[in-house]
Design a protein around this ligand. Structure first.
Ligand SMILES: O=C(O)CCC(=O)C(=O)O
Ligand SMILES: [Fe+2]
Length: 281
């Protein structure tokens, strides 16, 4: 192994030392892919990737996604910008799995810290594998048969993502192009075969097979359960740090605790496939 892997906690997370993401060889790229499957989110200290290099790194995992709402870097549409002085980023403080309002939610993301406040602005990731494994067998059984609705509107409310009539109309069009979708409540990881709890507060609105009240109660429990301390980690950023997460089996949230301080992140998002559940053979 050429990578030096420092495990953060058993359920999730590792820091990978001794590599320069600007100059990866084939062996290192393959080892990083293996580490991502094993640890679900991996971190690299102080890398300083320019947008093209960040997109190229993400492309080593698959084709890239263009976000329907967030702005991107000029000339590099595959890298979106989260800038606290340009956007209202409060909704990222809800635990969420990215873009589950799509039929094919992303496989993963490559996120880089460009500007970080002196204090605050940490990001947390939680493991849907650990969360599912910890549930009682009866509940696991019940959840395996359920499906849930995921809705873009829940995390992109028009009062924060449209400043005027023109923007409101544009956002409405985006909502029309992205109608609510249905995903299994438990999905099977397409590579590892692990079962994953696949609901998150950011986008999941309703469990289809239950009454509204039962759905509300079960989702409230699952949102709380899936982000319990033993399943999640918290990353304190330094500028140039890079995180890569497997978006099929994790959720995350970005703390918005830095007031008017300036925080900028760049994200490249890797296309994924249709979530499914399959009994282990
Ligand atoms: O700003 C962050 O740390 C993460 C924001 C987020 O939710 C994302 O990039 O998907
Ligand atoms: Fe996100």
């Amino acid at each position: 192994m050429s990578l030096v892997i420092e495990i953060i906690k058993p359920a999730i997370g590792a820091i990978i030392n001794g590599v320069d993401l600007n100059h990866l060889d084939v062996q290192q790229t393959s080892e990083i892919q293996q580490a991502l499957l094993r640890h679900q989110v991996i971190f690299f200290h102080q890398q300083q990737l320019d947008p093209r290099a960040q997109a190229a790194l993400a492309r080593s995992f698959g084709s890239l996604h263009i976000h329907p709402i967030y702005p991107s870097i000029e000339g590099t549409p595959e890298v979106l910008v989260l800038d606290s002085w340009q956007q209202d980023l409060r909704d990222n403080e809800l635990w969420h799995t990215d873009v589950t309002f799509s039929q094919t939610p992303p496989l993963g993301c490559v996120l880089q810290a460009i500007k970080i406040p002196a204090t605050g602005g940490d990001t947390l990731w939680s493991s849907g594998v650990a969360a599912f494994t910890a549930l009682h067998g009866n509940l696991q059984h019940k959840l395996r048969g359920l499906t849930a609705i995921h809705d873009i509107r829940k995390s992109f409310p028009s009062e924060r993502f449209a400043k005027n009539e023109v923007e409101r109309e544009k956002l409405e069009q985006t909502f029309k192009r992205n109608p609510p979708v249905v995903h299994p409540v438990v999905r099977t990881h397409p590579v590892t075969g692990q079962p994953i709890l696949f609901v998150s507060e950011g986008f999941t609105t309703r469990i289809n097979e239950l009454t509204e009240q039962e759905s509300g109660e079960l989702l409230a429990f699952l949102f709380q359960h899936s982000t319990r301390e033993q399943f999640h980690l918290r990353w304190k950023w330094q500028e140039g740090d890079v995180a890569i997460w497997d978006n099929r089996c994790t959720q995350h949230k970005a703390l918005f605790d830095y007031g008017n301080a300036h925080r900028i992140m760049h994200r490249a998002t890797i296309n994924g496939d249709i979530p499914y559940y399959r009994e282990a053979s």
